[in-house]
Design a protein around this ligand. Structure first.
Ligand code: FES
Length: 144
């Protein structure tokens, strides 16, 4: 049985505290990463390939659009039958865009807004959204 003032016990105690702190730091980092990966967040990006389904065509109204976060793609329809595929990653600090409403694509992180064609209409973003190649395949949009 070791006494509390035993140097070996003190060394082991310090090592345990260091391990705990390292574990705590790792957990905090994981929580921070997770917090950034939800809607409006994110460093994690979908990897899509040609032919992958993005979403239903009827989910994209004329004069509006829809964010498909799993594919990291926004599809809009500025004019009937004219679909525009865009990256759903905001060009400001790479959050996933939040929604499309009132003919505007919104980023929920810092308030940037984009036109249905992906042009910046309100900062802080200064760069337009990157285009994404899409096509209609039956009732679905797919990656072209
Ligand atoms: Fe979109 Fe900052 S990441 S406005």
């Amino acid at each position: 049985m070791s006494a509390p003032h035993d140097p070996e016990v003190a060394r082991l105690g310090a090592a345990t505290r260091r391990s705990f702190m390292a574990g705590t730091t790792a957990v905090a980092a994981a929580v921070a990463l997770t917090a950034c990966t939800g809607q409006g967040g994110g460093p994690q990006r979908a990897k899509v390939s040609s032919g992958d389904r993005i979403g239903r065509v009827d989910a994209v109204p004329v004069g509006g659009g829809r964010v498909f976060p799993k594919a990291s793609i926004v599809i809009t329809q500025p004019v009937k039958g004219d679909y525009v595929g865009l990256s759903a990653i905001c060009t400001h600090q790479q959050c996933t865009l939040r929604e499309v409403s009132n003919a505007t694509i919104y980023c929920g992180c810092h308030g940037s807004e984009f036109t249905l064609e992906g042009k910046v209409q309100k900062g802080p973003a200064t760069a337009d959204l990157d285009p994404r190649k899409i096509k209609v395949d039956g009732d679905y949009f797919v990656v072209a």
